[in-house]
Design a protein around this ligand. Structure first.
Ligand code: ATP
Ligand code: MG
Length: 448
């Protein structure tokens, strides 16, 4: 992508409404535009990140055996009357009437709708386990929308719903999602810690919030320092092996970890002082087993091996991709701007032409631009006539992992400068070496 043709509305000034760094940087880097209270448009740079985050979420949901669907945002109130939640949900639900005066709502979540789909088709335990998920916009009329996309009213959510014959099956389904979440967040460069969460009237211990430690987090959290060094399961994890998956969950739930709602002072006090991590946290995901809470009132049953009908045992599993992006920035930035983890960076490389119009700079940049494309790299080519200082500031602000800087002096000597955004290391290298550093095969070189 050529910056001269791109839409990147950078803000020079710090927007006054932004209280936390991620909100400030997302506005300044031209990622989002506020449209109303807790409502945001995603501009091209932001949309690229959102898509990359969703791609990782999808890949890990699919790996764990979940199947993607897409349900509508607008739902009928009648469905929610079946479960009894239409009256219970309260003011967070945006209620709407259609032209026939029918009660509708903008979905804050989809348990009812997915249960309706399930009961319409699935009749036998032989079709289980089943886990259906979608990535769809939600609306919750939050009391205090704030911090940009961190707590907005309209936000993107991946919500998965599992259906099993009995509790044993539901627990295995829960464990698969648990492990899938560990992998999902790690792939985004985040250390997310699963913490026991309230199960309310459902009881049991199958509810975890996945928390990123960050000073701007809304909750107070407590955990053992072992979490900071636990190994996350690899891509070869066998999700069909219930025992192995349960083993990983056990390992990740044994050290102490709780949000302030679930905090137990006595257990905490018994830990050695040096092992305690007490910090602020951002909730980026929540998994929850709720058994027959919806299947019973909504009559979602399957025939079991015993020939009898059983209400299915369910769980739901949420991740907020839009909130995640803010959380990633909270965890990864410096005074100059965002520092994207490579897996979700909007572009892999920022190619900076220091002197547009200089024949050699233009030629080298043009050839590198084509080459990066062929090598499968996403590249943003700054071919604008802005002065060098401005180009560097923009590149640092939008936080692409690598900058490749082509100036007249280096170009004449067949060299370019490459800068690693995270470490800040810069070096001038012959073009072939610079390419090697970026992981591009030697035979793909250009004329120097
Ligand atoms: P919170 O306690 O932060 O309000 P929640 O418990 O209401 O979250 P869930 O219903 O479990 O959240 O939703 C699943 C995920 O959706 C959350 O983990 C979070 O990542 C995301 N999410 C929830 N509410 C919002 C919001 N207002 N803005 C952005 N993302 C949200
Ligand atoms: Mg909430």
């Amino acid at each position: 992508m050529r910056l001269s043709r791109y839409f990147l509305p950078i803000l020079k000034e710090n927007p006054r409404e932004a209280e936390i760094v991620s909100h400030r940087l997302m506005l300044r880097a031209g990622m989002i535009r506020q449209q109303g209270q807790g409502s945001f448009s995603w501009l091209p740079l932001g949309k690229r990140v959102l898509d990359k985050v969703c791609r990782i979420v999808r890949e890990e949901q699919d790996r764990a055996g979940a199947l993607e669907i897409l349900m509508p945002t607008i739902q009928s109130a009648d469905l929610w009357r079946e479960s009894g939640r239409y009256d219970d949900y309260g003011k967070e639900m945006l209620r709407i009437k259609d032209r026939q005066e029918r009660d509708m709502l903008f979905g804050p979540t989809n348990e009812e709708m997915v249960t309706e789909i399930f009961r319409s088709y699935v009749k036998s335990y032989k079709d289980l386990p089943l886990n259906l998920y979608h990535i769809q916009w939600k609306f919750r009329d939050e009391v205090r929308p704030r911090f940009g996309v961190m707590r907005s009213r309209e936000f993107l959510m991946k919500d998965a719903y599992s259906f099993d014959l009995n509790f044993e099956g539901a627990r295995a389904a829960y464990n698969r999602m648990f492990v899938s979440y560990l992998r999902t967040f790690t792939r985004m460069g985040l250390q997310a810690i699963p913490m026991r969460a309230d199960t309310g009237p459902i009881g049991g211990d199958l509810s975890h919030e996945f928390i990123i430690l960050a000073d701007t987090g809304e909750s107070q959290v407590f955990c053992h320092k072992d979490y900071l060094s636990l190994a996350v399961p690899g891509a070869d994890t066998d999700f069909s092996n219930d025992e192995q998956i349960a083993g990983i969950v056990k390992q990740w739930t044994t050290p102490y970890a709780a949000t302030d709602e679930m905090h137990e002072e006595a257990t905490w006090d018994s830990l050695p002082e040096a092992d305690k991590v007490s910090a602020r946290g951002i909730e980026v995901g929540h998994i929850f087993h709720f058994g027959e809470k919806y299947s019973k009132p909504m009559n979602a049953k399957v025939q079991g091996p015993d020939g009898k009908e059983h209400f299915v045992s369910m769980g739901s599993y949420g991740i907020g991709p839009s909130r995640l992006i803010a959380a990633i920035i909270e965890a990864s930035h410096d005074d100059n701007g965002i520092i994207w983890p490579e897996s979700i960076a909007p572009f892999d490389i920022g190619l900076i032409n220091m002197k547009v119009g200089d024949a050699e700079c233009d030629r080298i940049c043009g050839e590198l631009y084509d080459l990066f494309g062929k090598a499968g790299k996403d590249v943003l080519y700054d071919d604008t006539d802005q002065r060098a200082g401005g180009k560097f500031a923009t590149a640092d602000l939008i936080g692409l992992p690598w900058q490749v800087i082509v100036g007249p002096r280096g170009a004449a000597a067949g060299e370019v400068e490459i800068k690693n955004r995270r470490t800040g290391d810069r070096e001038s290298l012959p073009i072939a070496q610079a390419l090697a550093k970026l992981g591009i095969a030697a035979e793909m070189g250009i004329a120097e």
